[in-house]
Design a protein around this ligand. Structure first.
Ligand SMILES: Nc1ncnc2c1ncn2[C@@H]1O[C@H](COP(=O)(O)OP(=O)(O)OP(=O)(O)O)[C@@H](O)[C@H]1O
Ligand SMILES: [Mg+2]
Length: 563
């Protein structure tokens, strides 16, 4: 049966809060955000997102989101990104040690959570589109991931989503791109965008803070292109929680703190989050307090009240916000390097709605004529933007490469320039060559525009007599990428294989080419081949040509964005 239309489902799987939105890709294309989350208490800071928490009984997940009350697992998302932890995240890891109590891997926990989230999404869609919507509509999911995620972490997220039973058609999109899409569309609809304006979108969430910048190339209809290279760091709002807990631990004494029941600590941290963190404006003179049962010396409840000076909260905030300042500064430097000025910084995400972060950035940039903007619905920007991305993203006319792409070649050995370790003897020409030298054809920060082609030439000398005894000759060509700011000159200094093409050429064809007498007295034939990569918005085609004909082709996803 022909399907009626498409339903796009946007999922923001966040470190601390997740969200789901959807829209029918027809007519009005209204984006609905699921906001009827079940809660245990009446305190709901936002209905647009739900805590990324899950509780198990034995091996079975039993409660989720706001209702996950029994020793819930949280912050498991950041554990998908292995090996990139700052000191703070080691604490996150420690907090997750209890995972071994249920025999589940991080990926399984992610799957369990996403299965529940999708279940809630299905209920919401069913209510409005009928319970058989999956039969009537094509369903496509746009799942967001932090821009700083490694390819492995992105792949783990995708696999977990598939295992969770989400519709199989899934696009991964970076969180800042989704956030930018939602916010810039909003600003654009208010007629506030002019050609040449550059905006930094700063998605400050629970675990990560991701930045991305766009320049308006056309105001109406809106067209934007990425500026500079987006950057991010693990300096989200949970680092405030961790620093606050460390402060309390020191104040109470580590031994005593460790003996206090987890539920009391959780209550104290909830109090910090709800009563102090979310409303903090930077009043250093104010005295705050939190209750921690068991912290006092006797049974008096007063003894359990711990006072915290506003100045202490300020320094906790300054430490984390300082890292965000640096990220913003770096972004601005890149924009300046392109000869442009930043018009505004758009703050989104939960932490992005912090008044303290807002006024701190405002203080720094107001004098420079740069506005700092916080919109009302900024917390759900990523979630809404994910669905909007699925509906339409062609107005993002180009992105910039976050990684460099290239190939390893043998070049003429130059004394003093090349490393002795790379020196190889080329018997066919009687010269020394430097092996595995990188040629980066697409460099970090360069524009990825649909249809752009970049290429390089290579040749392989083959002994004539070898060709006489075989029907075909086998070749391989590898495309590498590098995550480094300045891509390495040598393959061994950090080039990572992305795709390899193996192909064969008939010996008879090669034997038709020009021969040459080698320095070693043998007869050699140089087989020249051209390699090229054709850039598309979502992937790149890697192609090898011999004598003008394609002999090998493969399509691979960019390392930065598999959208
Ligand atoms: N006003 C505020 N000030 C500081 N932090 C806040 C504020 N409001 C919410 N938060 C924090 O923001 C976090 C939630 O934000 P958000 O939903 O954007 O993050 P996330 O998507 O879970 O994380 P990530 O994007 O890093 O995976 C929570 O840690 C919450 O305590
Ligand atoms: Mg987020």
């Amino acid at each position: 049966m022909a399907k009626r239309a498409e339903i796009v489902i946007g999922i923001d799987f966040g470190t601390t809060f997740s969200g789901l939105s959807w829209a029918v890709n027809l007519g009005e294309k209204k984006v609905s955000v699921v906001n009827s989350w079940e809660t245990l208490t009446s305190f709901r800071p936002t209905n647009d997102k739900v805590p990324t928490q899950i509780s198990y009984t034995g091996n079975e997940p039993t409660s989720y989101g706001y209702t996950a009350n029994k020793k819930p697992f949280k912050w498991f998302k950041v554990l998908l990104q292995q090996g990139h932890y700052s000191e703070g995240v080691k604490d996150v890891r420690a907090a997750q040690d209890s995972l071994s109590e249920v025999s589940k891997s991080i990926d399984e926990v992610v799957s369990d959570y996403l299965r529940w989230l999708w279940g809630r999404g299905k209920e919401d869609i069913s209510r409005k589109q009928g319970s058989n919507f999956e039969e009537e509509y094509e369903c496509r999911v746009v799942l967001t991931v932090p821009a700083v995620w490694s390819p492995v972490a992105k792949d783990r997220t995708l696999k977990a989503a598939k295992k969770a039973g989400l519709p199989s058609n899934i696009n991964l999109v970076t969180e800042p791109e989704a956030a930018a899409l939602a916010t810039l569309k909003e600003v654009s609809s208010e007629g506030r965008l002019n050609v040449g304006d550059v905006f930094i979108v700063c998605d400050a969430g629970g675990g990560t803070v991701d930045l991305i910048s766009y320049m308006v190339t056309q105001a109406s209809p809106l067209q934007i292109r990425e500026c500079g290279v987006g950057e991010g760091g693990l300096c989200g709002s949970i680092f405030l929680d961790l620093a606050f807990e460390n402060f309390i631990k020191t104040k109470v004494g580590e031994l005593k703190y460790n003996s206090i029941q987890e539920r009391h600590k959780k209550k104290m941290l909830d109090e910090f989050e709800n009563q102090i963190k979310w409303n903090f404006e930077g009043d250093a003179k104010r005295l705050y307090s939190v209750e921690l049962r068991g912290a006092g010396d006797d049974q008096e409840e007063d003894e359990d009240l711990i006072e915290v000076e506003g100045g202490t909260i300020c320094s906790i905030f300054d430490d984390v916000c300082g890292r965000i300042d640096t990220l913003v500064e770096n972004q601005m430097e890149q924009i300046k390097a392109e000869g442009r000025n930043t018009k505004a910084i758009l703050l989104v995400g939960g932490f992005g709605s912090s008044r303290y972060l807002y006024s701190r950035l405002n203080k720094i940039y107001k004098g420079q004529g740069i506005s700092v903007l916080q919109s009302k619905d900024s917390w759900s920007a990523v979630c809404r933007g994910a669905t909007m991305w699925g509906l339409e993203h062609s107005f993002i006319v180009s992105r910039n490469a976050r990684y460099s792409y290239g190939s390893a070649l043998r070049t003429k050995f130059i004394d003093g320039e090349h490393e002795e370790n790379d020196r190889v003897w080329d018997a066919s020409c009687g010269v020394h060559r430097a092996s595995d030298q990188m040629v980066w054809v697409l460099k970090r920060g360069e524009e990825i525009r649909n249809g752009r082609v970049v290429g390089w030439k290579g040749f392989t000398p083959i002994l004539e007599r070898k060709l006489m005894s075989t029907k075909t000759h086998s070749f391989t060509r590898t495309l590498y990428y590098s995550e480094q700011k300045t891509a390495p000159r040598r393959r061994l200094d950090g080039a990572i294989p992305l795709a390899t093409i193996s192909f064969e050429i008939d010996s008879a064809k090669i034997l038709k080419l020009k021969r040459r007498k080698g320095a070693d007295g043998n007869t050699w034939i140089d087989v020249h081949s051209n390699a090229e990569i054709k850039l598309h918005n979502a992937d790149l085609g890697f192609n090898i040509f011999f004598e003008g004909e394609s002999v090998g082709y493969t399509q691979v996803e960019y390392k930065e964005d598999s959208g």
